[in-house]
Design a protein around this ligand. Sequence first.
Ligand code: NBG
Length: 815
Amino acid sequence: MDTQTFASLFLEELQFTRGTTLEAASEQDKYIALVRVVRRSLIERWHATNETYNKAVPKTVAYLSAEYLLGPQTGNALLATDLESTARAALSTLGIDLDDVIATEIEPGLGNGGLGRLAACFIDSLATLNIPAIGYGIRYNYGIFRQTFVDGEQVEQPDTWMSLGTPWELPHPEKASLVGFGGHVEETISSAGMPGRTWVPAWHVQAVPCDYLVPGYDTENVNTLRLWSARATDEFNLQIFNSGDFENAVRARTAAENISNVLYPEDSTPQGKELRLQQQYFFVAASVRDLLDRYLGLGVSFTNLPEHITFQLNDTHPVVAIPELMRLLMDEHGLEWDEAWGITQRIFNYTCHTLLPEALEVWSVDLFGRLLPRHLEIIFKINEVFLDEVRAKTGNELLVRQMSIIQEQPFRAVRMAHLATVASARVNGVAELHSQLLRDNVLKDFSAYWPDKFTNVTNGVTPRRFVRLSNPELSNLLDDAIGSGWTRDLSQLSKLEELVDDEGFLEQFAHVKSLNKQRIAAVLAERDGIELPTDAMYDVMVKRLHEYKRQSLKLLHVVSLYARVLAGTLRAEDIEPRVVVFGAKAAPGYRMAKDTIALINAVAATINNAPELRGRLKIAFPANYNVTLAEKLIPAADLSEQISLAGKEASGTGNMKFALNGALTVGTLDGANVEIHELVGDENFFLFGMTEPEAESLAQAGYTPSKYYEQDEDLKLAIDLIASGAFSGGERSTFEPIVSDWLWHDRFMALADFRAYVDVQQDIEAKYRDAEAWNRSAVLNVARSGFFSSDRSISDYLERIWHATPLPAARRHTA
Ligand code: NBG
């Protein structure tokens, strides 16, 4: 497409789909017109891809995930179509700045954090590697809440991401399918005279497919992300409406549509539980049927299904797909139990994303039976067959109870991780350490029983979004230095090793970092009214707010510097100028996390105005951290904070994004930090803190946080300052819950790691003062992080789990 064609298509879209003129067009009009022009070339490729896939009947990877944290779409689409410069030139002939138009996009925040962002990186890589794949999920009307701060406290606002329309979406209401809930199970006799069971649901909702294009980079393939939207089977009851009872006339509709209304925060309240199970069943029922029908329609036999479909369960949220497939195969297609189970066990694979026992999902048998009675029957039967086998093989009743899919205490419930493990061909963790801890602790009995079932696939991130798009200056420098092949093959970054002693290159690299600081400083000034120096060290901690991630440890470090300056044991001039950036949302029901946010804001308000610290230390905490902000912030970071208690962070993916953008990590030996540390080398990584076995034995021996408080003067000074009300207008009670948690509980042992953490911060300052040494390490971080591409993760999944092969789409015949 040339500039002129682009410009005239743009005008045509303004005129005929927006019904406006260039002069009268709003920002939204321009944005939608732009998207519709770019979409055209993607849609052509999409059709060609689907045609290729339908002809070849390949194996499809179906990724089932309740979350996709996509980030803004337009920039990525321009990259995938290679239309950016054309679009820029075309719009500029019309007096429009492309960047302004792109900036009006509101990102679809259909995920909480790492798990949803990983799913988005994975579908990008699947398309780039030409793998026949489809992502399935939920099209929430409201994604992750928009965070605001009122008097320093988090206040959640609904995320109205699609209130102005979502031009990236292709909805197909005419292709809706029905999903049932509730009701009862009946005995039936098939036409062949066989007894069977049939579910008679009490109510139904329609699942409307809304398709999103997932373009591969530097290839023709465009895959599909199919998100389901819930719609009532009856719009409203006209009889009731006519009787004047308007509210009741739409009651059923509201109930149905609630299902895809809101994305759940990570830890939800019990009231929301039933709705959440509805969401899970809703999207997997629609997805399993969709893919099954497609392959049966293409003539694939039941026995051959596992050669054509692999369902990847992204954590336990989609695990109800297992009894759903069993139900379809038996009750709707008449297969016998053994045959259906044989197929099911070869189709599913399960990724576990946590180590915290409380994060392993269970559903009370009561609730489950009420909502999905037939599925509960099937789960009981799966369990019975499985436990008989365990009993026969081991004769160990204790083991039988431990491995059961049904827990009896403290209440009867379905353990979704056990169901997933029993039914899946492969189970994986998301980093080496995590996979090992899964085998040794979380799913120990299962890994002893089925050692070969367990494997690891270390997470990765897409270099398209998190380097090429987010860091154009670095990308240009890399292109010049090593060629542009890295965008598709990130291992090529290793060619940078040759340049680490090239002073000119180091200078250019430092210059890029400095430009990125100026860029984020300008963004934060406009977005949040935050003024930042651009010549300080940027020390960044961005991630969900969780106690195990230990934002409070970072904060204690900052407070201790201030406290020591006040106490006269540290001279402010000796602090290397530093900006500490936090970005974090707390789950709305998570008290301690919200208190921590309030404390960070309170400390920021005080120290940012403390004359003692002027020009030395500043905290920036922009509200509503999301993918859009991450893309601007990560490239500017010097220091990446990855300081979870060892053994708690499954992997982390932010850690990888920072390293790839040339930040040095300060981190514990946790999650993928272990692999980053190993690859970039100890001299280019600031390691500190207890190891997982050390933390474990401390916990076993009995952990007394107050002991650390008593014995460490700096720690005592910092905690005392907070307790004194110094950050709460003299009010001691404000942060009392946090202070007493530190002293008497501190589940994630921030106090135990405090000394090691402040000591390593000394090393960090010393190194930062030696600009050349720092830059050298930063370049080496980039050079040695190619492993963390999600393309590599996907290749690992293909080899270890999916066994699907690339199928490049036939090239389009352009006239
Ligand atoms: C998160 C882990 C992270 C990990 C991502 C992606 C959940 C349940 N888990 O450490 O906490 O990087 O998953 O695997 O959100």
